[in-house]
Design a binder for this molecule. Structure first.
Ligand SMILES: Cc1cc2nc3c(=O)[nH]c(=O)nc-3n(C[C@H](O)[C@H](O)[C@H](O)COP(=O)(O)OP(=O)(O)OC[C@H]3O[C@@H](n4cnc5c(N)ncnc54)[C@H](O)[C@@H]3O)c2cc1C
Length: 397
């Protein structure tokens, strides 16, 4: 498969066109908007389904950023000459597989070592913010394993992308909002609908039999707002919540504050009243991450993050830092040498009343448009798999 990082296109978009797939006439052409786990798993499952019934397939995935979705890893070196680095999985830290279907899907990736089980030791922080009380609570067991991807959380997405055979990936390509004019033929009973997509610079991206949108909710609404997509109102029902990730790095174990130096836990749930902190993860205690410099990722609680979503990131960082310092009680000599903060506007899905787990994709069959993503379900990586399975159900059966 081709991975295209080059976004330099001619004014007429010709460079783009030359990179697009040149399918056989019979191949079903599918555009997927978004190369997060939903987009990548959709492509992967579609390829399997079409191969099983011997049909030709030609998928293009368009991703506006330079990498794969909300699985995110950030590296930092303390200085230019240092080979050692901090490593933060500042999006999803791990994922679960509750359904048998997802467990079965993960087996080959487990065998290949792309993902592995994380049987973390857990603890909770109670007490007041000025007098915290940290207590060990146990281990994540084998009965419902948590998985991480190795050597970093983005590895799974990259491995999925590398596995795709009938899919071209176009990074740094933002699909422009659709209009009802994008879709042609939908009024003819003999011809299936086709949709022409454009990028935000006005370059044509191709004409497709199906358009599958896996963008986060707000971006999906923006993409379809100017169309007569039959299910537009349904897209507005789920509510997404923000999350701030605070990343802290120390140059050596010896300068860690004692709460971290002596920590027997890898995951700490903060339950203190009024604390902005949600979960704390010790990155260098995860399996396979032993070589990284001491690195800690803290996810703020979703409710607190949502209430601060429009605040300046520097102020949010300061508030999180203060809470983290109180809990982990560092002094001048044991303070982190690296501090960074990231705002995720669309990190989790709040439960909605109309939620129906068997219906997590919105399909307009007359136009052959489908909108889905983790936000249509529970906002987890397993939701991406469920969404991808529904993409296959709508298109390949
Ligand atoms: C802080 C945090 C913690 C989390 N913790 C967990 C956890 O513990 N366990 C768990 O299972 N899950 C967790 N998650 C959720 C998990 O990361 C998501 O469920 C999953 O990554 C979502 O994948 P997706 O493909 O549905 O969406 P995304 O990853 O958001 O992918 C959608 C893609 O669409 C692209 N896009 C949008 N608009 C356009 C456009 N116009 N043109 C082209 N591309 C576009 C975006 O750039 C994006 O890459 C967490 C997420 C966050 C942020």
């Amino acid at each position: 498969m081709t991975i295209n990082y080059d976004t330099s296109v001619g004014a007429d978009g010709s460079a783009h066109d030359s990179n697009l797939a040149t399918p056989s006439a019979a191949a079903t052409k599918i555009a997927i908007i978004g190369a997060g786990m939903t987009g990548l798993m959709s492509a992967h499952l579609l390829e399997q389904a079409f191969a099983n019934c011997g049909q030709a397939l030609d998928i293009s995935i368009f991703e506006k950023s330079a990498g794969v979705g909300r699985l995110a890893t950030r590296y930092r070196n303390p200085d230019l000459h240092s080979e050692q680095q901090w490593q933060f999985d500042f999006g999803a830290q791990f994922f679960t597989a509750k359904s048998e279907a997802f467990q079965a899907y993960l087996q080959p990736w487990l065998k290949q070592g792309v993902i592995e089980c994380w049987l973390a030791t857990t603890a909770t922080a109670n007490g007041s913010q000025s007098k915290p009380d940290i207590e060990l609570t146990g281990h994540w067991g084998n009965e419902q394993p948590r998985y991480i991807s190795s050597p970093k959380m983005t590895s799974f997405g990259r491995a999925l992308a590398a596995e795709l055979k009938h899919t071209k990936l176009y990074y740094k390509t933002r699909v422009a909002p659709l209009s009802s004019d994008n879709s042609v033929n939908q009024n003819s009973p003999d011809t299936a609908a086709q949709t022409t997509l454009w990028d935000d610079k006005g370059n044509e991206l191709g004409r497709f039999d199906w358009v599958v949108c896996t963008a986060p909710q707000a971006q999906a609404i923006e993409l379809f707002e100017q169309t007569d997509f039959a299910l537009l109102d349904n897209l507005k029902l789920p509510k997404m919540l923000a999350c701030y990730s605070l990343m802290l790095g120390w140059e050596q174990e010896s300068t860690l504050p004692s709460a971290l130096k002596k920590a027997q836990w890898e995951v700490l749930e903060v339950k203190q009243m009024n604390s902005p902190l949600g979960l704390i993860f010790i990155e260098h205690h995860k399996p396979g991450r032993e070589a990284i410099l001491p690195s800690v990722t803290i996810h703020a609680s979703n409710d607190w993050s949502e209430s601060k979503v429009e605040e300046a990131i520097e102020e949010v960082q300061q508030q999180l830092l203060q809470a983290a310092q109180q809990l982990l009680s560092w002094e001048h000599t044991t303070a982190p040498q690296w501090i960074d903060c990231h705002r995720w506007r669309y990190a989790a899905t709040a439960q909605i009343e109309s939620y129906n787990p068997s219906q997590i994709s919105y399909v307009d069959n007359s136009k052959q448009w489908l909108v889905t993503g983790d936000w249509c379900d529970e906002g987890r990586i397993e939701s991406c798999f469920k969404a991808a399975a529904q993409v296959v159900e709508a298109i390949a059966t």
